[in-house]
Write a protein that binds this ligand. Structure first.
Ligand code: IPE
Ligand code: IPE
Ligand code: MG
Length: 258
């Protein structure tokens, strides 16, 4: 087994992904395996968020987008939803000093108005407090789903057409991208899902059109920086062709084309 240092030395620092997205799955199963309640799995998952944020910063990754709570997760038992909301508010407040020290800027993606007031205030506070940070952009997807944001974008554009300020023929891919919660952010280069499921679960459907997908059986609380490094090493071995031929893309960049 290579140590973390050995793995880091295998990463080409000039070709790290610009944008990494993660589906943080497996907290419940991690807890169940240990005879603990699901909320203890979620608490342990916060430590992994801390680790991957630090590691992403250290590697010079510019965007880290984390799926923390989906639109569909509102349908979980109310006690679990309450625990998650409490934990999110508490964790962001606790992490804020270190995020500031590491120059990390927080962005909130999703239907944030649905988040209960107490954690929502803490989230807004952290977002505003880090607004001048210029290092890693940490995008927290909360009450987020891709179909929700695409529906919102369609509604917004349709109302502009209805009022006469936009012509349907002017709608292009860029305009749609610019009306998603990820406006201005390059598409993810690498999407990592922990927890063993090989599905997307309504995450960034538009944005991952050409992302490299990496699935691991490791449950989110067990996801170490060694495993994160493995994902990046694997990513760097892939040839991203964006529909072109292998010959065409040789010697061109392997990160987002935006
Ligand atoms: C991911 O872990 C965290 C959230 C979805 C909020 P899960 O809670 O989905 O854990 P499993 O998939 O049940 O193990
Ligand atoms: C995806 O995990 C959502 C988050 C990680 C926030 P889920 O556990 O909700 O996904 P499914 O239900 O297994 O597809
Ligand atoms: Mg799950």
């Amino acid at each position: 087994m290579d140590t973390l240092e050995q793995k880091i030395s295998q990463i080409d620092k000039n070709r790290v992904p610009v944008h990494v997205a993660m589906i943080m799955d497996g907290n419940g199963r991690w807890a169940k395996k240990r005879g603990l309640g699901r909320s203890e799995g979620h608490s342990e998952g916060v430590a992994t968020v801390h680790r991957v944020t630090q590691f992403s910063s250290d590697l010079g990754i510019k965007y880290l987008t984390l799926y923390a709570f989906s639109t569909e997760n509102w349908n979980r038992p109310q006690t679990e939803v309450d625990t998650l909301m409490y934990l999110i508010g508490w964790a962001i407040e606790r992490e804020l000093p270190e995020l500031l020290r590491n120059n990390v800027r927080i962005h909130l993606l999703g239907d944030i108005e649905r988040i209960p007031e107490e954690p929502r205030k803490r989230l807004f506070y952290a977002r505003d407090a880090t607004a001048a940070c210029t290092g890693l952009n940490l995008n927290m997807c909360l009450s987020y789903s891709s179909r929700w944001e695409i529906t919102e974008a369609a509604r917004r554009l349709a109302s502009r057409v209805a009022e006469g300020s936009l012509s349907p023929s002017d709608i292009d891919e860029k305009m749609i991208s610019d009306n998603l919660t990820t406006a201005g952010i390059p598409d993810p280069d690498l999407l990592i899902r922990t927890g063993g499921e090989e599905r997307i679960s309504n995450y960034l459907l538009w944005q991952i059109a050409y992302s490299e997908l990496y699935f691991t059986d490791v449950l989110w609380p067990d996801f170490t920086n060694e495993e994160y490094a493995d994902a990046i090493i694997d990513f760097q071995k892939r040839e991203r062709r964006f529909g072109k031929t292998s010959e065409q893309v040789t010697n061109t960049t392997t990160t987002s084309q935006i």
